[in-house]
Design a protein around this ligand. Structure first.
Ligand code: NAD
Length: 334
């Protein structure tokens, strides 16, 4: 009897030591892929499930070339200098953000076009959108077409826009089929929750977990700034659906359920069962209001995110409370 040999699909995940990259490796393993994770560091909170994990500095062309030494079905390029408002919007890290991420993307695009790559995915951001359309808390949804004329509010956004075009050019000229997702505020367990690179949901969960009952938490700005937040599992659903679709246009991967930062804080406080007041203080905020417009993704993929924000916040708050508790216990026992 002849036996059909089915070879395993292969994937490279650049940025596999980071928040979304680590979750993506786990998902690809569940799907049966052979996965090589690449990052300058291992995942912080849980061991990787990748078959191989390569520690590399993707700013260095020869290290990126070495990652493409075999045929690969799917490449996911997530590595970037990344952080929350305290990192992206102060202006203090602009050169590092632009130069490191641009070097990484140039190297990945060049090595992918020399190697044998089935398809490449690039994680862009909601920060590419024109800030002039996001100054109003009534009209702020980001349709994909409104990224031009370009006027992002941060150098992080300008670099993302440049790299979108870079990967589109590689797709056009060098025959590496590329898909691009513009991610909007992804959150969930196993993301940065302290020390400067955390984003709003994680920072608020940490502040609430640390606060004593009857106390207060601080939020940056007047609390009326608006965002939408997408739980990491649905973000992966969007990334993988877009990767395996025919859609060559950048698509939003985000929630279209907008909340103010105050409302977000109130939701987390209610999960904690503590009585806390919210104090607004000055701090970096980014644009006034922004939420994903999901008409195009629904049209192109027949899918849009639907999970309630509350469900993702419950899982994230539970995980961050545990992190806060263990960090207090280890400080006390030191
Ligand atoms: P993250 O910071 O957790 O992960 C990025 C990873 O890139 C890190 O592990 C980091 O070590 C790695 N990296 C950076 N420079 C490197 C280098 N020179 N060599 C090797 N590795 C390097 O960020 P994340 O939240 O997982 O985001 C993943 C991607 O999605 C990023 O490109 C980010 O810009 C994009 N994105 C994320 C969000 C979000 O809300 N999390 C929103 C929009 C876009």
């Amino acid at each position: 009897m002849t036996q059909k040999v089915v070879s395993m699909k292969t994937a490279l995940v650049m940025g596999a030591g980071g928040f979304i990259g680590h979750h993506l490796v786990t998902r690809l393993k569940e799907e049966g892929f052979w996965v090589r994770g690449i990052d300058r560091k291992y995942p912080e909170f849980n061991p990787t499930t990748a078959d191989e994990f390569v520690i590399a500095d993707l700013r260095l062309p020869e290290q990126v070339d070495a990652c493409f030494d075999r045929d690969v079905d799917e490449v996911f390029q997530l590595a970037a200098e990344m952080g929350g408002a305290g990192y992206i919007f102060t202006g203090e890290n602009d050169f590092d953000i632009m130069s490191s991420s641009a070097m990484i993307n140039l190297n990945v695009a060049r090595s992918a076009s020399r190697g044998s790559v089935g398809r490449l995915f690039y994680t862009s951001s909601a920060c590419v959108y024109n800030q002039a359309t996001q100054s109003d808390t009534e009209k702020y949804t980001c349709k994909e077409s409104t990224a031009y004329p370009a006027n992002p509010d941060s150098d992080y956004g300008w670099e993302k826009l440049f790299s979108e075009r870079l990967f589109q050019a590689v797709s056009r000229n060098n025959h590496v089929p590329t898909r691009i997702g513009r991610l909007h505020n992804i959150f969930g367990p196993q993301g940065s929750w302290c020390c400067g690179r955390e984003k709003a949901p994680a920072a608020i969960c940490r502040k609430v977990a640390e606060a004593v009952d009857g106390g207060e938490i601080e939020v940056w700005g007047d609390g009326k700034q608006v965002r939408s937040f997408l739980y990491v599992d649905e973000c992966l659903d969007g990334i993988l659906r877009l990767m395996r679709s025919d859609c060559e246009r950048p698509l939003n991967i985000g929630s279209d359920f907008p909340v103010s930062i105050r409302e977000l804080a109130e939701m987390v406080i209610s999960l904690s069962n503590k009585r806390l007041t919210i104090k607004t203080v000055s701090g970096p905020q980014g644009v006034r209001a922004r939420s994903s417009d999901n008409d195009l993704i629904e049209l192109q993929l027949g899918w849009r995110p639907t999970q309630p924000l509350q469900d993702g916040l419950e899982k994230t708050y539970a995980w961050i409370s545990d992190q806060v508790r263990s960090s207090i216990e280890s400080r006390q026992s030191a």
